[in-house]
Design a binder for this molecule. Structure first.
Ligand code: IMP
Length: 423
């Protein structure tokens, strides 16, 4: 069984924990898009691990973890993560496989990301990890890939061509001195040597795995509404975060993907700029942010918080082919008198029950809410659905009804054990 795990909102849904649980039954865990903008948090025996590039399945012995061709790799971040795992006694050798075709993030990508955020015409609120500029080079056919780091002649030619053009732009548009060829060439050739033992043709590796009836878990990063096509453009990331990205970003054909699980928080959050119809007013937003520790695991930025938005979730179900949802952080809603769920938007007298394509509509739309009574009890120690308060069960079942898919898991804490299985 090959399963894709997808964020159904704007990222930070708690995918890391769900992937960690499901990776127990998988043989291969594969990242297929994004880069070190992601921050997947997993808590095992009280110890917290944050993964930016390496699939979180690496915590489970014997699992093979792949970084697919669709991922953008910052070698500095990757090497730091490999060293951190080694220091924690987790062996990565022979279990980490990196696609020859994955694109490499260079310092000029990170600096350009930073400059566009600080001096550009439109601030997106990016993680400033160079993700957008690296994907732009990929599409512009001037990217540098893992395979180029392993071939000095190829790296020399591509880096040289790139710097000729980019240094002019840095100097003329941004008044930045640009980058020196020799030091970058040496540095990245050295990264190539470090990465080389892990580099391979991951599409072929995964094909053999499928033929040998192995189970693959595709680890989505970010979330549906940060997708470059379907998200709240331009306030999105630069990759295909929806389930289709798993095929493009790994070379595994669509017919070999059997199941898509969506992960959604019991409320909604987003980091960075962009529309957010069900966003809380500031004081309540601060209360939930602190209660739910809603601060970015990559940048530490405060996350914006709001009510669960079923217009978005229905769209995420449609775009990804989600067949079941894992609902996370339900415990954060403990003690609220009333809980709201957005089920439509109103704009200029018109009611929208489908997610609008027009960013103007989304920006100015007012959500229409259904209200549910809260529960005045802590649920973080509950492990069985039957033991949940009546109103919590009613909330879960209402979310499943409105979203049109079953909820198979409810998370009530950060540890593996803080999970209620509904099946
Ligand atoms: P970028 O991916 O760094 O280019 O950032 C583009 C947008 O995606 C910004 O709004 C970021 O805050 C958001 N973003 C990127 N990665 C994540 C993530 O892992 N979780 C949540 N938001 C993210």
């Amino acid at each position: 069984m090959n399963t894709v795990i997808i964020g159904a909102q704007w990222g930070d849904e708690g995918k890391g924990k769900i992937i960690d649980i499901l990776s127990d039954k998988a043989d291969y865990i594969v990242r297929y898009q994004g880069g070190s903008n992601a921050g997947h948090t997993v808590v095992v025996n009280g110890k917290e691990y944050i993964f930016h590039l390496i699939p979180s399945g690496i915590l489970r012995a014997k699992k093979v973890c792949c970084i697919g061709n669709g991922v953008t790799i910052d070698p500095q971040a990757l090497i730091k993560e490999i060293s951190g795992l080694r220091e924690a006694g987790i062996a990565v050798d022979n279990r980490l496989k990196i696609s020859y075709l994955a694109h490499i993030i260079l310092p000029y990508h990170k600096v350009l990301d930073e400059l566009r955020e600080t001096k550009g015409v439109r601030k997106i609120g990016t993680t400033r990890r160079g993700i957008g500029p690296c994907y732009a080079d990929k599409i512009n056919r001037c990217g540098i890939r893992v395979v180029d780091l392993l071939n000095p002649a190829s790296l020399r030619e591509k880096l040289n061509d790139n710097l000729k053009e980019k240094n002019e732009i840095f100097k003329k548009v941004y008044r930045h001195p640009g980058f020196d060829f020799n030091s970058l060439y040496k540095e990245y050739l050295n990264y190539g040597k470090i990465i080389s033992p892990y580099a391979c043709n991951t599409a072929s590796l995964l094909d053999k795995a499928i033929k040998n009836k192995k189970d693959i878990l595709f680890e989505g990063a970010q979330g549906t509404f940060l997708d470059i096509d379907f998200g709240t453009y331009p306030y999105v990331t630069s990759s295909s975060t929806t389930s289709g990205g798993s095929s493009i970003g790994t070379g595994v054909a669509p017919l070999n993907i059997n199941n898509v699980i969506g992960v959604a928080k019991a409320y909604t959050t987003r980091v960075g700029e962009g529309p957010f119809p069900s966003e809380f007013p500031p004081v309540f937003g601060k209360f939930i942010r602190e209660k739910g520790s809603e601060f970015g695991s990559t940048t530490g930025r405060p996350r914006r918080c709001g009510w669960f938005d079923s217009v978005m979730i229905k769209e995420a179900v449609l775009l990804n082919g989600i067949s079941e949802l894992a609902l996370t952080k339900l415990d954060i809603l403990d003690g609220l008198k009333e809980i709201k769920v957005a089920y439509a938007y109103k704009y200029k007298g018109k009611t929208f029950t489908e997610f609008p394509c027009d960013s103007m509509v989304l920006k100015n739309a007012k959500p229409v809410y259904k209200e549910f009574p809260g529960w005045n009890k802590s649920i973080d120690k509950i492990r069985c659905y039957a033991d949940l308060p009546k109103n919590a069960k009613a909330y879960i079942s209402a979310l499943a009804d409105i979203s049109g898919v079953r909820i198979s898991m409810v998370s009530v804490g950060s540890g593996r054990e803080d999970t209620i299985f509904l099946d």
